[in-house]
Design a protein around this ligand. Structure first.
Ligand code: CA
Length: 433
């Protein structure tokens, strides 16, 4: 370990203890906006590049990025710089939480210390406005759950029985499906409207056309941080060890394609054309102070799905919609804490049959809707199946997404004046190719 750091080890331990559990005030010497998502308590990991230079790993602080390879080269981190000169975080994450947490806390310390050696090295900071963000991990596998009871109930009311909206399995199983990893893109990537086969009603024959019911789904995703062997099961108790961190996730959905294709095997081309994720992975540790109790689960779940403690997270979410002629209108305000099934249960269920996990796998929550109409997490619900148009600021109306519309999702947790945010995941829909 670097001599400068060893000398302040005592101080380090106290700062670490204070920041991981309690919301003790920490002050960084880096100038950051008061309402920044990327406070000294957050320090999310991402992959960035500047100009034509190589992709590198960084940590966000305020409006800047700390280049981790530069810190490692200066001898300020206990990880070799080569881990941070890669186009994904997979190898770094694979080092395990004892290392990755320490890197984050070492950076936190360096950004807090009055006599920080970084003050003499402005070159380790890159302005976020000068950087291009990339997908932070190579996603080998992507699973999408369906864990909001409000969303599942709304969809059930629309498409099945308003009196028995939830299917019989819903309160017993965290329902999910295996999604398509190859089409996960980073925020800012434009999406072409998907073409596909649709059959709007029982009279018409199927036809091939651009989707007319293009939708978003407000979700959060978590990135797997620890692999498992085939045959191994993860318990709800140990699940947190396998979660590196969280991102905002937009599971774009073509409702008309989905409606015709989904029986009997579930979502396919109506989902696989694209999913967008935010570039900064907020660690589970940074979210620790924002844990809350989840909703009561009735009937009692099977033992492998039972859990102790608080595993929901109070993360405020919003969705904005804009067009070339219309400023952004916020069309949903939801919260990740509404989830009926928590991430620990999702992981326990995912691995209960022995299915193995790999570092970098992404598991998304499913659309996060609340009880009120203002908290619905998809246009399917907001426009109630296309029956209730709403206005954008230029007076034009929408039920689903039109070409050149932009959807932007944001999220943050805040408590006692301390904010940990995700930035945003944004995407614009372009005409079909
Ligand atoms: Ca979904």
């Amino acid at each position: 370990m670097n001599v400068t750091l060893s000398a302040i080890e005592g101080k380090v331990v106290s700062i670490i203890n204070e920041t991981t559990r309690n919301l003790t005030t920490l002050k960084t010497w880096v100038s950051i906006p008061d309402d920044s998502d990327f406070s000294i308590y957050n320090l999310p990991f991402g992959i960035f590049s500047v100009g034509e230079n190589e992709l590198k790993a960084g940590i966000a602080i305020g409006e800047q990025i700390v280049a981790l390879s530069a810190l490692a080269t200066l001898g300020l981190l206990e990880v070799d710089a080569s881990y941070f000169k890669q186009s994904t975080l997979n190898d770094f994450i694979s080092l395990g939480k004892s290392i990755t947490n320490k890197v984050r806390l070492d950076v936190q310390r360096l950004l807090v210390l009055e006599n920080s050696p970084l003050k003499n090295h402005p070159e380790v900071f890159v302005s976020q406005s000068d950087a291009k963000m990339h997908l932070p991990v190579h996603v080998g596998d992507y699973t999408d759950f369906y864990s909001s009871i409000e969303h599942a109930t709304n969809v059930g009311k629309m498409f099945r029985d308003p009196e028995n909206a939830l299917l019989p399995n819903w309160r017993h199983i965290p329902v999910g499906y295996h999604g398509r990893a190859s089409s996960i893109v980073v925020s800012g990537t434009n999406i072409n409207r998907p073409m596909g086969q649709v059959k709007p009603n029982s009279e018409e024959l199927p036809s091939f056309k651009p989707s007319e019911n293009l939708d978003f789904e407000l979700e959060m995703g978590f990135v797997v941080g620890k692999s498992t062997e085939l045959g191994e099961r993860v318990s709800t108790k140990n699940a947190a060890e396998h979660i590196f961190g969280l991102v905002l996730f937009n599971d774009w959905s073509a409702r008309d394609i989905q409606k015709w294709e989904y029986v009997p095997l579930g979502p396919f081309l109506g989902k696989s054309f694209a999913s967008s994720m935010s570039p900064w992975i907020v660690t589970l540790e940074a979210l620790e102070p924002f844990k809350v109790q989840g909703p009561e689960q009735k009937p009692e779940v099977l033992s492998y799905l039972q859990y102790e403690g608080e595993h929901n997270y109070d993360i405020q979410l919003e969705v904005g919609m804009s067009s070339p002629n219309s400023d952004e209108r916020i069309i949903s305000n939801s919260n990740f804490k509404y989830m009926y099934w928590n991430m620990m249960q999702q992981l326990a269920h995912h691995t209960v049959n022995g299915c193995n996990l790999n570092v970098g796998d992404v598991m998304a929550s499913g659309t996060i809707s609340g009880k009120d109409e203002s908290s619905f997490g998809s246009l399917l619900e907001i426009s109630w199946g296309g029956k209730k148009p709403f206005e954008l600021s230029d007076g034009s109306t929408r039920t689903f997404i039109e070409d050149n519309d932009t959807i932007t999702m944001r999220g943050f947790a805040e408590k006692d004046g301390i904010k940990v945010g995700f930035g945003e995941v944004s995407g614009t829909i372009l005409p079909s190719k």
